[in-house]
Design a binder for this molecule. Structure first.
Ligand code: AMP
Length: 418
């Protein structure tokens, strides 16, 4: 089997490593610093070809933008086997207002909200909510279009900045205003074959730039997955109340959703509530979820893509922790071109994977920073504490000028005490 992974970040590197346990993998385009690594008997290579021109038996589309743009539809029209929803299903992520409408229709618990094109009604709605207040761009903004604040004046100013197009261009010309929910956040990734769903291990991600959840929101500064993060009964409740009804609502709309449904949830005092649905694997959640899937990942994704999910993967009794290393100036103005030291030493450590998200090679063939999030360093182990120790031991040998990372990823997770 030959699998084409579409995308270029750390998530795609993690997918490539998991798929290459059982299949030959080609990443389109990958990133120039991503090593072409043989895994077991299978190779991982990069290609500059457009995904449509790659020879493969299965396509796995990583990022949301090509899904929203209809790449899966295009490939399916050529009779290819594709893991990833068509543009109809991808609208769940492409428009937050659409997602909220489908959740309401499905009876899924989610924060009170309103969608607005004009400032005055958005401000009126903000005044009706008790706070904290949340303002989101309707369109895609790489995970950065969300403000959560205890200060209503700040929320009001953010509505103005977004609707004017000043803050996020066209993605912000419509905003979704929400009541802020309080509780622990978890991510549940579920494979879907159009009808049936199977859950992957639960993960938690860390969105803020600095330790103690301070600083600006980012695409994600780390993630953890391990036993005890959420108990099995709660996972079953989430599947019954938040995921199954959504898939049924999609089917009623004629949407045959084959891909991953990523539920971002907040565990409130009144039970789990959905913050958002994404239509692709989370980045960096994928980096900690896939190492805990003991099954043949290629077979699982191919089953979902063909509408016949048979396997029900149970999470391995293990843990994984991913620490993201970001470039100087991230997220506001990331600096590129800084030489990266220590990659080989880190990658040689046991139970460590160094995943490339934003790297390139300079004129002398040395790895340099080439993105906001540069590397994801993943440690695995029997317990969260082991996985965490391994990830940070590897982080300690990697360096570049202005490298930023959090020291508290998974520090307060069940099972993290050393
Ligand atoms: P989203 O892109 O919708 O996942 O939002 C990004 C982050 O903003 C989430 O991971 C939460 O940390 C936070 N957030 C979004 N919506 C809410 C809400 N209604 N209440 C509290 N926090 C939220």
């Amino acid at each position: 089997m030959r699998v084409c992974v579409v995308g270029s970040g750390g998530r795609e590197h993690a997918l490539a490593l998991a798929l290459a346990r059982t299949a030959e993998v080609v990443v389109a385009p990958g990133n120039p610093g991503m090593p072409s690594t043989p895994v077991g008997g299978y190779s991982i290579t990069m290609t500059a070809l457009a995904p449509e021109s790659v020879e493969a038996d299965l396509w796995v589309i990583g990022p949301e933008q090509p899904l929203v743009d209809g790449l899966a539809d295009k490939l399916r029209a050529d009779d290819h086997l594709v893991f990833g929803p068509g543009a109809d299903g991808a609208r769940l992520e492409g428009s937050k207002a659409f997602m909220k409408e489908v959740l309401d229709e499905a009876g899924v618990a989610t924060a009170r909200y309103g969608a607005f094109d004009d400032v005055a009604p958005a401000h009126d709605f903000l005044r009706q909510l008790p706070g904290p207040w949340v303002v989101k761009t309707d369109g895609l903004a790489s995970g950065k279009g969300v403000l959560v604040t205890d200060d209503r004046a700040e929320a009001e100013a953010d509505v103005v900045a977004k609707l004017s197009g000043e803050a996020f261009g066209d993605a912000g010309r419509r905003v979704v205003v929400e009541e802020g929910l309080v509780g622990t956040e978890v991510s549940l990734l579920v494979l879907c074959d159009g009808t049936r769903i199977v859950p992957l291990p639960v993960a938690r991600d860390f969105k803020r730039l600095e330790d103690g959840d301070a600083g600006p929101n980012t695409g994600g500064m780390g993630a953890v997955s391990g036993v005890g993060l959420v108990d099995d009964a709660l996972v079953d409740t989430i599947l019954d109340t938040s995921v199954e009804p959504l898939v049924a609502a999609l089917r009623r709309r004629g949407i045959d959703y084959r891909g991953v449904l990523y539920a971002g949830l907040i565990l409130t005092a009144d039970g789990p509530q959905v913050l958002e649905y994404n239509v692709r694997f989370g980045d960096p959640e994928t980096q900690v979820v896939l190492p805990r899937v003991d099954e043949d990942v290629t077979a699982l994704l191919a089953q979902a893509a063909s509408g016949h999910l048979r396997t029900d993967p149970r999470p391995a009794p293990s843990a994984a922790v991913c620490v993201v290393l970001a470039s100087a100036g991230y997220p506001a103005s990331p600096r590129y071109g800084d030489p990266i030291e220590g990659l080989d030493t880190a990658a040689a450590l046991a139970e460590v994977a160094v995943l490339h998200a934003g790297t390139a090679l300079d004129d002398l063939g040395r790895p340099v920073t080439a993105g906001g999030r540069v590397l994801g360093v993943v440690g695995t182990g029997a317990a969260v504490a082991d996985a965490r120790d391994r990830a940070y031991a590897a982080v300690d040998v990697i360096n570049w000028e202005g490298m930023q990372y959090r020291r508290d990823i998974a520090a307060d997770t069940p099972g993290s005490a050393s």
